[in-house]
Design a protein around this ligand. Structure first.
Ligand SMILES: Nc1ncnc2c1ncn2[C@@H]1O[C@H](COP(=O)(O)OP(=O)(O)OP(=O)(O)O)[C@@H](O)[C@H]1O
Ligand SMILES: [Mg+2]
Length: 635
C-alpha cells in the first residue's frame, strides 16, 4: 500500500488539472443524479393528474383531454401528498409547481430540465474522459522518463548484474501500468462522489430499503479480497515471465548470427514459445479470477435487489410508500450498481498494478554508490600527472590487482601490456570512474577524481574501447557522437585521420550509410576505425586506447597508428595493446605480471633488461612482428 500511495503522489505535480477533474466529477455526479429527482416529480404529478382525470365528472373530460389537470394547490390536494411522499420529495414538488405551474407546462419544464442535464452531462463526460486520459498518459510518460534517467545514473555494477529484459520491462512495461494507477486513482476520485450522490437520492427516497440493499456489500468483501490477493500474486509471476520473454527476445535477436551458426534457431524458437505460453497461463489465470469476480458480485448484489423488491413491494401495497418513489428508488439502485461495480473492478486493477508500482519504486529507490560529491569541482586541464595510488580493484570476486601504484606524466604515451584478464581495461574504467577502487585513490594533478564532477572528468578523456560499439544510425552521426555540434568538415577530417574516409565515400550512401545494429553492417576493422575517428573528433587531452587497432590489417594499423601518434602529440595517452609492435614506441611501458599487478614500468629498452616477463615476451616474439602477448605466453 506504501507504493500505491507513492504512485498516487506522482500525480501531485498535476494538482491544477486534478482539481479541475474533481470539480468536473462532482458536477457530473450531481447532473447525473438530478434527472432522477426530476423524474420522481414528473411521475408524481402524472399520477395526480391521472387520479384527477379518473375522479372528474364526465363533462370535465374535455378539459382533461386538452390539458393535464391541475396539480395540488388547494388544501385538499396538498393533503394527498402526505401518505405518498417523503418530506424532501414533497418540498421539491411544491417548489417545482410554484416555479413552473401545473399541467403540461410542468411536464415541458421538467423535460427541458432533464434535457439540459443530459447536455451538461455529455459535456462533463467528455471533459472527465479527456482529463483522465491526459493525466494518466502524462503520468506514464513522466514516469518512463524518470525511470530511464534514473537508470542511467546507476552504477555500472548494476548493469553488469541486472537482466536487460528486467530493465526494459521496468522502463516500458511497469511504467505503462502507472498509467492504470492514474486511471484508478481518478476513478477512485470520480466514483465515490457519484456513488454518494446516488446514495443520497436513494436514502431520501427510502432509507429502510437502502439499508436492505446495502446488506450485500459486506457479503462481497471477503471473497472479493481473497480473489484480489490471488490476482496480485499472479501478476508478480506474470511480470517475472515477461522479463524472461524480453530478455530471451533481445538476446536471441542480438546474437542471431551465433544462434544460426550453432543451429540453435529451433531451440531458441521453442524456448521463446515456452515462455510465451507460460505467460499466457498467468494471463489466463488473471482472466479467470476477474471473470469469477464479476458474476460473484452480481449474484450477491442480485440477492439484495430481490430483498429490496420484496420489502419495497410490501411498503407500496400497505400504502406506506408511493409507487413512483419505489420505482425511482429502484432506478437509483440500478444506477448505483454501475459505479459500485466500477469501484470493485478498480480494486482489482489496483491488485494488478501494485506489483509494477513496487518494481518502479524499487528501481527509483536504488541509489548509485558512485556519485558526484556535493560541491564537486570542475577538473582543470591536466598540468602535471595522473597518479594511481595503492589502488586495489575488486569486482566482488576477489581482487584483480592490489596496491597498484602508477604515475603517468602529462604528455606521456604510456603502453600497457599483460596477459588477458589481468586488469588492463579495468585501469581505464577506474580512471573514468565507472568503478571505484576498493582501496587507494586516483589523483589528477593532486586532485582526487572523487572530488571532481563526472562531466569534467570524462570531458577530458577520449576512449576507444576494446569492444567497439556503434549506434544504429548513420556513419556521420556515429562519428559526431565524439563531439556533438562538430561540422561535416571536422567529421571528414577525423575520418581521414582514422583511415576510413575512402571506404566511407565508396559506400553508395557515403556518410549517410546506416551502420546497422551495433555496427553489424560494417567489418570489425571498419567499426574500429570509426571508433578511432570518434575519439579523434573528441579532441580531448587524455587519450584512452584499448586495443584500438587490434582488428586492422597491418597496413591500416600503420596508417591509424601514425594518425594516433600525431594526435598524441601534446596529449597524454594510455595505450593498451596485445601486439607489442603497437606499444614499442611508447615513452614508457607498464608490464602487468601474469599473477596480477604491475611487474615493471620502463621504456622498451629498459624493460628488456629489468622485466623478466617483458624480456621473455620479446625474446619469444623476436622476428614475429604481429605476434601477441598471449601468443608468447602460450609458446
Ligand atoms: N564488470 C565486471 N564484473 C566482474 N568482473 C569483471 C568485470 N569486468 C572485468 N572483470 C574481471 O576483471 C578481470 C580484468 O578484466 P579486464 O577487462 O580489465 O582485463 P584485461 O586485462 O583488459 O583483459 P583483456 O586483455 O582480455 O582485455 C577479468 O578477470 C574479468 O573477468
Ligand atoms: Mg581488456
Amino acid at each position: 500500500m506504501r507504493y500505491l500511495w507513492r504512485a498516487i503522489k506522482l500525480l501531485l505535480p498535476l494538482k491544477g488539472l486534478l482539481a479541475l477533474y474533481i470539480g468536473c466529477t462532482l458536477l457530473l455526479a450531481a447532473v447525473s443524479s438530478a434527472p432522477l429527482g426530476v423524474g420522481n416529480a414528473l411521475l408524481y404529478n402524472l399520477r395526480l393528474a391521472a387520479q384527477d382525470a379518473a375522479a372528474a365528472p364526465v363533462e370535465l373530460g374535455e378539459a382533461a383531454s386538452a390539458a393535464l389537470p391541475a396539480a395540488p394547490q388547494g388544501a385538499h390536494k396538498a393533503s394527498r401528498l402526505t401518505p405518498d411522499q417523503d418530506d424532501v420529495s414533497k418540498w421539491a414538488n411544491t417548489k417545482l409547481v410554484s416555479w413552473f405551474g401545473t399541467g403540461m407546462s410542468l411536464v415541458y419544464a421538467l423535460c427541458l430540465i432533464i434535457l439540459a442535464c443530459l447536455v451538461v452531462k455529455g459535456v462533463l463526460d467528455f471533459l472527465v474522459s479527456y482529463l483522465q486520459g491526459y493525466i494518466s498518459t502524462k503520468l506514464q510518460m513522466d514516469a518512463t522518463v524518470r525511470v530511464m534517467r534514473h537508470a542511467l545514473t546507476l552504477d555500472m555494477g548494476f548493469f553488469d548484474s541486472e537482466k536487460m529484459g528486467d530493465l526494459a520491462v521496468r522502463v516500458y512495461g511497469d511504467t505503462s501500468t502507472l498509467r492504470a494507477t492514474a486511471k484508478v486513482t481518478l476513478d477512485m476520485l470520480e466514483k465515490p462522489p457519484h456513488i454518494l450522490f446516488l446514495i443520497a437520492v436513494a436514502v431520501c427516497l427510502n432509507w429502510q430499503l437502502f439499508l436492505i440493499g446495502a446488506l450485500g456489500i459486506p457479503l462481497i468483501v471477503v471473497p472479493f479480497y481473497t480473489l484480489t490477493r490471488k490476482l496480485y500474486k499472479n501478476t508478480y509471476k506474470a511480470i517475472g515471465t515477461q522479463i524472461d520473454i524480453s530478455q530471451a527476445g533481445g538476446q536471441m535477436l542480438g546474437g542471431l548470427r551465433l544462434v544460426r551458426a550453432y543451429n540453435a534457431t529451433d531451440a531458441e524458437g521453442r524456448n521463446f514459445a515456452r515462455l510465451i505460453y507460460k505467460y499466457m497461463g498467468y494471463a489466463m489465470r488473471k482472466i479467470v479470477i476477474r471473470a469469477i469476480q464479476r458474476p460473484l458480485t452480481e449474484v450477491i448484489l442480485g440477492l439484495s435487489v430481490v430483498l429490496v423488491l420484496i420489502v419495497g413491494s410490501g411498503q407500496v401495497m400497505r400504502g406506506e410508500k408511493s409507487l413512483e418513489s419505489f420505482v425511482i428508488f429502484l432506478i437509483a439502485l440500478g444506477t448505483l450498481a454501475h459505479p459500485v461495480r466500477g469501484l470493485l473492478s478498480t480494486l482489482s486493477d489496483i491488485a494488478e498494478f501494485v506489483p509494477s508500482a513496487e518494481r518502479t519504486f524499487e528501481l527509483l529507490d536504488r541509489k548509485p554508490k558512485i556519485v558526484e560529491k556535493p560541491g564537486a569541482v570542475e577538473l582543470q586541464p591536466l598540468q602535471r600527472e595522473i597518479v594511481f595510488e595503492s589502488v586495489t580493484l575488486d569486482y566482488g570476486r576477489g581482487p584483480i590487482f592490489q596496491g597498484l601504484d602508477l604515475a603517468i606524466r602529462k604528455g606521456e604515451r604510456v603502453g600497457i601490456v599483460g596477459r588477458t584478464g589481468v586488469g588492463k581495461s579495468s585501469l581505464l574504467w577506474l580512471l573514468l570512474r565507472f568503478y571505484e577502487p576498493k582501496e587507494g585513490r586516483i589523483r589528477i594533478d593532486g586532485v582526487d577524481i572523487r572530488d571532481v564532477t563526472f562531466h569534467s572528468l570524462r570531458e577530458h578523456m577520449a576512449l576507444v574501447a576494446q569492444d567497439t560499439f556503434l549506434f544504429h544510425t548513420t556513419i556521420e552521426e556515429n562519428i559526431r557522437y565524439g563531439r556533438p555540434g562538430a561540422t561535416k568538415e571536422e567529421i571528414v577530417a577525423a575520418a581521414k585521420a582514422a583511415a576510413i574516409h575512402d571506404e566511407i565515400v565508396s559506400f553508395p550512401e557515403g556518410y549517410q550509410t546506416v551502420t546497422g545494429h551495433g555496427g553489424a553492417a560494417l567489418s570489425g576493422g571498419q567499426r574500429q576505425r570509426l571508433s578511432v575517428a570518434r575519439a579523434i573528433l573528441r579532441d580531448a587531452p587524455i587519450l584512452l586506447l584499448d586495443e584500438a587497432t587490434s582488428a586492422m590489417d597491418s597496413e591500416r594499423e600503420a596508417q591509424v597508428q601514425a594518425a594516433l601518434e600525431k594526435l598524441a602529440q601534446g596529449r597524454t595517452s594510455i595505450v593498451i595493446a596485445h601486439r607489442l609492435s603497437t606499444i614499442r614506441g611508447c615513452d614508457r611501458i607498464v608490464v602487468f605480471a601474469d599473477t596480477g599487478g604491475i611487474e615493471k614500468v620502463g621504456t622498451h629498452d629498459e624493460l628488456l633488461s629489468v622485466s623478466p616477463t617483458y624480456k621473455r615476451l620479446w625474446d619469444r616474439l623476436a622476428g614475429r612482428k604481429d605476434a601477441t602477448v598471449d601468443d608468447a605466453a602460450a609458446d
